[in-house]
Design a protein around this ligand. Structure first.
Ligand code: UDP
Ligand code: MG
Length: 316
């Protein structure tokens, strides 16, 4: 079908799935866009899958895919995107924090203006307290400098043309980061702004720990700057050592060598810390190499349900 849109929606333990799904379908249908909706169940432990199969057996445009366990949103997106058959695709959250109302606008930018990537960008939220805002802002701008990726306002809510999707698919890494990878591929791109609404039901699955992990992943996937820290520290300490060396020899020659205990302790501490930090940084990269070389599948599909009734199992 010409101009078909594939909408990918990852779902993990959400509450009222049909409300969001039907709202999305209404928007797309009233804009007259040919579409398919791929619902990916990321190993939910509540009745999400039942709700999804119910929807898939009711509407022909819906495909429900179940992963064999919880793989995380990134992998759920991969599964959905790999199944997409459209001429373009959009990823959208199932908790309706990404308002489906802007889908026609994104679609038209692709269809009539020829943009190949349309990024949904979050309007700044005003609710948060000022101190938190300042901290968050500097944290995100640091991240942006390090990784080249805007984690603050950028979102996974974006439209990709078929060509861009192919380019994304050709990236073999197992540890994916959709926002970063879909920026890295380039292509003609534009932005659409949207207001993040409150979650309709349930609660966010992000914890401080997982955000921190995401930040580390964003930095180490797109930048090798941290690896240069080691050499940087090394050079600074070399200078420091030379000065200390000269001073020590001078004292010795002049016959008033001091016991120097404090200096030794401080030096020990500094060297120890710097060495540890750098081994840690190198370790993170080695872990990444290790994970990639294991070459495991990004996700495992356990079931696929669509109205035509072909239910099958396969791995990817
Ligand atoms: N999600 C998922 N797997 C997970 C966690 C979340 O598929 O392990 C889905 C979730 O159902 C939702 C989207 O990813 O559709 C965004 O999740 P969430 O709302 O928890 O994140 P936030 O909006 O806080 O960034
Ligand atoms: Mg959310």
């Amino acid at each position: 079908m010409n101009g078909m849109l594939s909408v990918v929606m990852p779902i993990y333990n959400e509450m009222r799935i049909s409300a969001g799904v039907e709202r999305t379908m209404n928007v797309i249908e009233s804009a007259g866009i040919p579409y398919e909706l791929i619902l990916v169940d990321d190993g939910s432990t509540n009745d999400s899958w039942n709700q999804m199969t119910e929807l898939a057996s009711r509407y022909e445009t819906i495909v429900a895919v179940a992963l064999s366990r919880n793989f995380g949103k990134e992998r759920a997106l991969c599964a959905g995107l790999d199944m997409a058959n459209g001429d373009c695709c959009i990823c959208i959250d199932s908790d309706m924090q990404h308002p489906p109302e802007i889908i026609p606008e994104m679609y038209n930018l692709w269809k009539t203006e020829g943009y190949e990537v349309v990024e949904g960008v979050k309007n700044a939220r005003i609710k948060e307290n000022p101190l938190y805002r300042i901290c968050a802002k500097s944290f995100y701008s640091f991240l942006k400098k390090m990784s080249g990726i805007d984690l603050q306002n950028a979102s996974d809510y974006r439209l990709l043309d078929k060509k861009a999707l192919e380019a994304w698919r050709s990236m073999p890494e197992k540890e994916t980061f959709f926002r970063g990878m879909s920026s890295w591929i380039g292509f003609r791109r534009t932005q659409v702004y949207f207001d993040v609404s409150e979650r309709e039901t349930g609660k966010s699955k992000w914890s401080v720990k997982s955000l921190f992990a995401l930040a580390i992943n964003a930095i180490t996937s797109y930048s090798s700057i941290p690896l240069y820290f080691a050499s940087g520290f090394g050079i600074i300490f070399l200078l420091f050592f030379l000065i200390m060396l000269i001073q020590t020899i001078y004292m010795k020659v002049n016959g008033h060598a001091q016991n120097g205990f404090t200096t030794v302790i401080i030096l020990q501490l500094i060297i120890g810390t710097v060495t540890m930090i750098n081994i840690g940084i190198i370790g993170i990269y080695i872990k990444k190499i290790y994970e990639e070389t294991k070459n495991r599948p990004r996700y495992i599909i356990s079931r696929v349900v669509r109205k035509r009734g072909d239910e099958n199992e396969n791995n990817k």
